[in-house]
Design a protein around this ligand. Structure first.
Ligand SMILES: Cc1cc2nc3c(=O)[nH]c(=O)nc-3n(C[C@H](O)[C@H](O)[C@H](O)COP(=O)(O)OP(=O)(O)OC[C@H]3O[C@@H](n4cnc5c(N)ncnc54)[C@H](O)[C@@H]3O)c2cc1C
Length: 428
């Protein structure tokens, strides 16, 4: 992408809509805003897809209808809580924002919240999948989009129970899914040496190469007049009568009619300049790639007990997993990557894991809200700010529908999916 890096702009002229953050959410918002006829400028402190949108598993998962905050999560989480090589880990520390987040998370882990969230997550996911089908047809945009479904595999009894529960949740909201035995697992992945005895199959899930998608869509937009200022950080806001007149950056202000905040896990820090409290905690995950020769995978996998996603991406295989709440820290904890590597042979045979250097794993920060639902809509107290952040483990899945909803909100239209549960001010 031709970067407009370092273009110092001390403009007082409006540039239309300014989107902060060029991850999957910001770039999708830019696409739908551009399509609706707006002039759009996207700011990112790094490059396009510099954050969590780069090395994630790339799964588009209508099957994921259970939010992170769900009944039973606390009990399971307590077992894992301070175990440094478990799939879920909280780094013990005195941090008021974390304490407050955990309190709200605890309150959200109940059956009623899950019951309300599940149909909404289904609708958002299915609508997003339809948008992906449209985006995959755009001229010159190839991001490895494939609709091969997803196999959630178990290795033992605990995982089998988990798969059955996931199947039940999917059926409750009318999604297509069924349990599979070894034969069907092998048929879905001919040539791959899979040891897992079975799992649950979601035929409507899909996958893509996330960095190719976000960067490809940004390039598509840039060629059509959307301005990308990469290497330019939003540092504050110029406010006039409860409206943002300009976004302050480290290279001068950028005037704005409306602002979309899509800064992923960095969103609370950016919103802090407006005294807006966004309860988002960063949940770090890791990924690493191997050559596809030793595992001829065609259908993506989720390894139930290990909580690892395995995605075929253009002849290579990506393994992604772990959820570590350690603040805004992107350092790689080798012990946790090693734990991922050790868990894989329980499900898959002969995978060339020796070529993996744990210290070189990619790390990304999932932006997590206490109730597992994104924040999407107008911000309380600031008339021309729309927030689209907090997509946790589903930002790729929900990118296009989030972008579409942002454009609808900006234009004052009735959102195509009701946003009540996603309200930005819902945590007070
Ligand atoms: C290991 C792992 C696996 C995952 N797998 C999946 C999956 O299979 N499917 C799925 O749907 N989701 C998955 N996710 C979650 C997904 O990656 C995130 O939900 C999604 O990337 C969030 O997108 P975002 O645009 O909100 O944030 P980001 O991609 O993090 O983008 C935020 C952007 O804001 C920029 N920024 C920050 N501060 C500033 C500033 N002050 N000024 C300007 N720019 C700024 C950053 O540089 C960054 O580019 C996974 C995540 C991880 C870590």
């Amino acid at each position: 992408m031709t970067s407009t890096q370092s273009t110092t702009q001390s403009t007082t002229q409006s540039t239309g809509i300014v989107v902060i953050g060029a991850g999957v959410i910001g770039v999708c918002a830019a696409y739908y805003l551009w399509r609706a006829g707006h002039g759009v400028t996207v700011l990112d402190q790094g490059e396009v897809a510099a954050g969590s949108s780069y090395g994630n598993a790339g799964l588009i998962v209508p099957s994921h209808v259970t939010p992170l905050a769900a009944p039973g999560v606390i009990a399971q989480g307590m077992k894992w809580l301070f175990k440094p090589d478990s799939p879920f880990y909280i780094k013990p520390r005195a941090d008021r924002a974390l304490t407050s987040w955990l309190w709200k998370f605890r309150a959200a882990c109940n059956a009623e919240q899950a019951r309300r969230a599940m149909p909404l997550l289904r609708d958002l996911n299915l609508a997003s999948l339809e948008e992906y089908k449209m985006l995959a047809g755009l001229e010159g945009l190839d991001f490895g989009f494939e609709t091969r479904g997803l196999l959630h595999l178990y290795a033992g009894e605990q995982g089998e129970r988990e798969c059955e529960e996931i199947l039940e949740s999917a059926h409750q909201v009318g999604l297509d899914a069924h349990m599979v035995g070894r034969e069907e697992v092998e048929a879905l992945n001919p040539g791959a040496a899979i040891l897992a005895p079975g799992g649950v199959y979601f035929p409507d899930d899909a996958h893509l190469d996330p960095a190719r998608f976000v960067r490809g869509l940004a390039r598509y937009l840039e060629e059509r007049g959307v301005v990308f200022h990469t290497g330019r950080a939003a540092t504050g806001f110029q406010l006039r009568d409860k409206r943002i007149a300009a976004v302050e950056t480290d290279q001068g202000p950028v005037a704005a009619d409306q602002v979309v905040l899509a800064g992923g896990a960095w969103s609370p820090a950016i919103a802090g300049a407006l005294k807006l409290n966004l309860p988002i905690q960063a949940a770090k995950g890791y990924s690493f790639m191997i050559d596809g020769e030793s595992l001829k995978l065609t259908t993506p996998l989720l390894l139930a007990e290990a909580k690892i996603a395995v995605t075929p991406l253009g002849g290579r295989i990506r393994f992604a997993g772990t959820l570590e709440m350690a603040g805004m820290d992107l350092s790689v904890n080798r012990r946790r990557v090693e734990a991922m590597r050790r868990a894989i042979p329980r499900y898959l045979e002969g995978v060339a894991l020796d070529e993996v250097d744990a210290g070189q794993a990619w790390a990304g920060l999932r932006p997590c809200t206490p109730d597992g639902l994104p924040l999407l809509g107008r911000a309380p107290g600031v008339e021309n700010l729309v927030v689209a952040a907090g997509h946790a483990m589903s930002g790729i899945s929900l990118g296009p529908i989030s972008g579409k909803l942002v454009a609808e909100v900006v234009d004052g239209e009735t959102p195509s999916i009701p946003l009540g549960l996603l309200g930005v001010g819902r945590f007070g």
